[in-house]
Design a protein around this ligand. Structure first.
Ligand code: DQA
Length: 138
């Protein structure tokens, strides 16, 4: 089973970015633990701050991987292009967010990703990614 985590803008700063919201752990550390925990699956990670690169990655992996876990970060709330890419591909996408976006500013309540997603997991911190992998496996 092949699963990729795709992270959008500013998520490369996890660990130092607003730790009261996003926690103190770097994604690299968290990802190493995930790979250890889910040894039986091929788990990949891609991050970009650039909208078009996220679209291209979704197109590249979106027809033969078994699952995509997508945290489009701020592009969630703005990007018709990423939303369209999620609808265009055949690999199921689980939308994840670290924070509970519905408990935050109004502009974070809108998602262009959700309409094309298989499901949405949010508000569980980095564990949101873990839950998404488990959901693909089960
Ligand atoms: C986020 C929530 C978004 O609103 C925000 O722009 C992010 C991270 C989250 O994981 O909680 O960058 O996607």
């Amino acid at each position: 089973m092949k699963i990729i985590i795709i992270n959008g803008p500013n998520l490369n700063l996890l660990g130092k970015r607003e730790p009261e919201i996003y926690g103190a752990e770097t994604f690299q550390d968290f990802f190493s633990n995930l790979q250890f925990k889910f040894k039986n699956i091929e788990l990949e990670y891609f991050q970009s701050n650039i909208e078009g690169e996220l679209v291209s990655k979704l197109q590249e992996v979106g027809f033969d991987y078994d699952g995509i876990i997508l945290n489009a970060a701020a592009y969630t709330h703005t990007s018709i292009a990423i939303g369209d890419a999620v609808k265009a591909i055949t690999t199921p996408v689980i939308e994840v967010h670290i924070s509970n976006t519905f408990g935050r500013e109004e502009f974070r309540h809108q998602s262009y990703i959700s309409p094309g997603a298989k499901g949405v997991i949010l508000g569980f911190g980095l564990q949101s990614y873990d839950l998404a992998i488990t959901s693909f496996i089960e």
